[in-house]
Design a protein. Structure first.
Length: 463
């Protein structure tokens, strides 16, 4: 035990040196590690700063680009808004739920509400139920078809006046083809359609004039050819009627003595009372054909040669009423006539004006549903005595709205079954126009009709 202690003591410094070297090595390695760590940290910090700087640079670039794009979008939106607001057409944008997300000034003016009151609303909040339903149907069709569609219909705005509009609706599609909204533009085409109707009516009038020229040529060539055989038929019918009347006593005596017998394959007992009516009908038919031909001639080629007379309109209407007195008493006992005294004369034809008044009174009589209804015939002058006005008003059945525009058309009649030719009013209108006047009509179904004739007054000899 004692011998080993000195040996141990001799070994302690060596161990201590070894330990010191190890510690020194560890310290050096630690210092190197710390230096490396410090260098790595500095390098990482620099790298991070560099990346941060790069990111800040890119962010600033992106922000600048976003600001540029935002400014461009703002300008585009302002330009688009200016464009839409300056459009005379009404324009709008709807979201997928069918609510308005933007409208232009014309739309706001049409519905009578500012844009902020329109945005977020649906069609039912701005239009009537029927219009909103129609708008919804066309919206749904454009969304379903996923393409621009054109529609035409009526739309009533804040003014309450229905307008005929032509609408184009275009769906907004995303990249997947899904509908994200709807753009609509509507244009008022009321005047355009009215102009088209006016042009069509003008073309129809020109076509009608061509037909009348052709008719005049045809009638002039055929009237004489028709009248000759008609006169022959009427003359022979009258002779046959006289002959039948003269034969009746002999035929009656033969019938009394020998009983029934045949006349032209018919039993005498059957035709003895009908033959007179048959012959009268033949004569009446021929007379009617003559009148139809004459009406055709009067319409196709009116004769202006007798238009230079000074005519007192009161004398004309009094003469017409006298001619129709029997018909008036039978169909319109409540007929009344009121004539303004001292009317100025008109320049024209007494007989032609009388023909017009007779036609209007006859039509009024035939329109009455019962004799208890009334007819009024009046004459008056304008306060400045520049024109004479005649009016025939009745409490008849009236004229249907779809018939009224055609009553002056040649050959148009609702009385075809009762022998109407459709020339009476057409001829009357032409006669009035020959007198440089106008004829107007007002009618309410089941209430009655009023015809008004206005003729320019002739200047007084003492003026």
């Amino acid at each position: 035990m004692n011998e080993s202690d000195p040996e141990k003591k001799s070994q302690d410094p060596a161990r201590i040196l070894a330990l010191q070297r190890q510690v020194k090595d560890l310290a050096q390695r630690l210092a190197e590690t710390q230096a490396q760590l410090t260098a790595d940290r500095v390098r990482h910090e620099m790298d991070i700063r560099r990346r941060i700087a790069e990111m800040e640079f890119h962010v600033r670039q992106r922000l600048q680009m976003m600001e540029t794009v935002t400014e461009q979008l703002r300008r585009n939106e302002e330009q688009l808004r200016a464009l839409l607001d300056n459009l005379p057409d009404i324009a709008w944008l709807k979201n997928p739920e069918g609510r308005y997300s933007a409208v232009n000034k014309a739309f706001s003016a049409f519905v009578g509400r500012p844009e902020q009151e329109v945005v977020g609303r649906q069609d039912g909040d701005l239009f009537g139920a029927a219009e909103a339903e129609q708008i919804a149907k066309t919206d749904a069709l454009a969304r379903r078809e996923k393409r621009s569609l054109r529609f035409e219909g009526t739309l009533k705005g804040a003014a309450g006046v229905p307008l005929l509009v032509e609408t184009v609706k275009s769906p907004i599609l995303d990249d997947n083809g899904s509908v994200t909204g709807l753009i609509g533009i509507a244009r008022d085409i009321t005047e355009r359609r009215q102009e088209e109707v006016r042009r069509r009516d003008e073309q129809e009038r020109l076509f009608q004039a061509d037909k009348m020229i052709a008719l005049g040529t045809l009638v002039s060539g055929m009237a004489h050819e028709i009248n000759n055989p008609i006169n022959f038929i009427m003359l022979n019918a009258s002779i046959l009627k006289d002959a039948w009347t003269g034969c009746m006593p002999v035929l009656e005596a033969h019938y009394a003595q020998n009983g029934d017998f045949t006349v032209g394959h018919y039993a005498y007992s059957r035709i003895r009372e009908k033959m007179g009516d048959l012959l009268s009908g033949l004569n009446d038919g021929g007379d009617r054909i003559k009148h139809i031909v004459q009406d055709l001639r009067n319409f196709a080629r009116p004769d202006p040669s007798d238009m230079a007379d000074r005519v007192n309109v009161n004398d004309v209407v009094q003469s017409a009423v006298t001619i129709l007195s029997s018909k008036i008493k039978k169909t319109a006992p409540n007929f009344s006539m009121q004539c303004e005294l001292r009317l100025p004369d008109v320049r024209g034809s007494f007989q032609k004006i009388e023909q017009v008044i007779i036609n209007l009174i006859q039509n009024a009589c035939e329109a009455l549903p019962s004799p208890q209804k009334r007819i009024w015939l009046t004459t008056r002058t304008r306060p400045d005595r520049s024109a004479v006005i005649m009016s025939v008003k009745d409490e008849g059945l009236g004229i249907a709205a779809d018939v009224l525009p055609h009553i002056f058309d040649p050959f148009y009649t609702t009385k075809r079954g009762s022998g109407g030719t459709g020339l009476g009013l057409a001829i009357s209108k032409k006669i009035v126009e020959l007198h440089r006047g106008t004829i107007e009509v007002e009618s309410v179904p089941e209430q009655g009709t009023r015809f008004t004739i206005i003729l320019p007054a002739e200047e007084s000899d003492h003026s």
